[in-house]
Design a protein around this ligand. Structure first.
Ligand SMILES: NC(=O)c1ccc[n+]([C@@H]2O[C@H](COP(=O)([O-])OP(=O)(O)OC[C@H]3O[C@@H](n4cnc5c(N)ncnc54)[C@H](O)[C@@H]3O)[C@@H](O)[C@H]2O)c1
Length: 349
């Protein structure tokens, strides 16, 4: 957890976050994140833990993209704000990730910035963890084959997270870019058979669990075909997080139990924009809080509409900060102005 008592700001760079994950162990860190998301969902009290709709700027120049902010608050303790950029041309044109993020944490006693954390890796890990929490309730215990559509950064953590909650021994992977599909196995932290195929239809046909994480263009979906899924499959739909951007056919959604992570956001930006509120199943927290009554759905088609829940980002930052403090990783710096006389703004110059 962020150190609310101190006068300094904890800063964790990308290298610091990587050092923490390396020291903890990538599997253990993923497990810790899965447990963090599950516990937060289980104990969620909307009176004391709040998220508000994310906002931001979307633009087409100089390249198609957006910068958004995702706020959450634990009343009486801390506010977390993740700022996140999404620029799908980044990997090919700039050699940078499509999704890049930073999380700041503020003390609600005084507004002070207590921590600033690179959240690019953390976003990928917490997105995998959220899928794992839902998958653990809704996928058959014996799910062994994972179908992946989209083999970029999020697909790596989806596959890793799936392997932490189910005995995955085969991944069937498709990406619109054959080079990305070809390098997928080399980017995984687990050793598992990966078969690269030529279409989304081929990726899903044997799958017990499907994860879809593409940068499909606005209006260009769906990415998955309507037919060809095995009975009882669970789908984690990760890529739809923008108005007009969808990955699943509406008929598929209508035949499934659909779990939104955040209802208003999913209706605006997720797969749920193709549905109405009446069509939706339990939210992620409702699912976890009533997990036993939903395991019967393991025999049926279920979909997690993952758009990204802001509380996941506060949890992720606090988990990494907790480990960083224990491991003495990162710096504490007097980033913010703090004159001895609070009425004298020029005192320190
Ligand atoms: N739900 C969440 O919380 C969350 C979090 C982070 C990112 N995302 C979203 O997940 C998506 C993937 O992000 P990423 O970081 O993996 O991006 P990435 O650029 O690393 O990878 C995306 C891959 O999708 C492939 N692709 C695009 N269209 C395709 C199609 N029609 N069929 C098959 N493959 C296709 C691309 O070739 C690319 O390799 C983005 O849309 C991003 O906004 C969601």
């Amino acid at each position: 957890m962020a150190d609310l008592g101190s006068n300094t700001t904890a800063v964790l760079t990308a290298a610091d976050v990587a050092a923490v994950v390396r020291s903890v162990g990538v599997d253990q860190f993923m497990d810790h994140m899965i447990e963090g998301v599950r516990e937060a969902a289980k104990g969620l009290d909307p009176e004391s833990t709040m998220t508000i709709e994310r906002g931001g700027f979307q633009y087409e120049k100089p390249s198609l993209g957006l910068v958004e902010w995702m706020p959450s608050m634990e009343l009486g303790r801390a506010v977390g704000i993740k700022t996140v950029g999404y620029h799908p041309s980044n990997p090919i044109q700039r050699g940078m990730p499509s999704v890049m993020a930073t999380t700041s944490i503020h003390d609600t006693a005084n507004g002070r910035l207590v921590a600033l954390v690179d959240a690019t890796l953390l976003t990928a890990i917490r997105t995998g963890a959220a899928s794992a929490v839902v998958t653990d309730v809704l996928a058959n215990e014996d799910s062994r084959t994972l179908g992946l559509v989209g083999c970029g950064a999020q697909a790596v953590t989806q596959a890793h997270a799936m392997s932490r909650v189910r005995p995955i021994d085969r991944i069937v992977a498709f990406d619109a870019d054959p080079n990305v599909a070809a390098s997928f196995a080399s980017r995984l932290p687990v050793s598992v058979r990966v078969d690269v195929v030529d279409s989304a239809a081929d990726a899903i046909v044997d799958a017990d669990i499907v994860c879809v994480a593409t940068t499909v263009d606005i209006g260009a979906g769906p990415v998955l075909p309507m037919f060809g899924l095995k009975a009882g499959v669970h789908i984690n739909a990760v890529g739809a997080d923008f108005p007009g951007k969808t990955e699943l056919p509406v008929e598929l959604l209508r035949n499934a139990l659909v779990i939104p992570d955040e209802v208003a956001q999913c209706l605006k930006e997720g797969e749920c924009q193709q549905l109405t509120e009446d069509d939706l199943g339990p939210t992620l927290p409702e699912l976890v809080q009533n997990a036993d009554s939903f395991t019967a759905w393991r025999e049926q088609l279920t979909v997690f509409d993952s758009t990204g829940w802001a509380l996941e980002d506060l949890i992720a930052a606090e988990i990494v900060l907790g480990h960083a403090t224990r491991l003495h990783i990162g710096i504490h710096t007097e980033l913010q102005h703090s004159p001895l006389d609070p009425y004298a703004p020029y005192e320190t110059i």
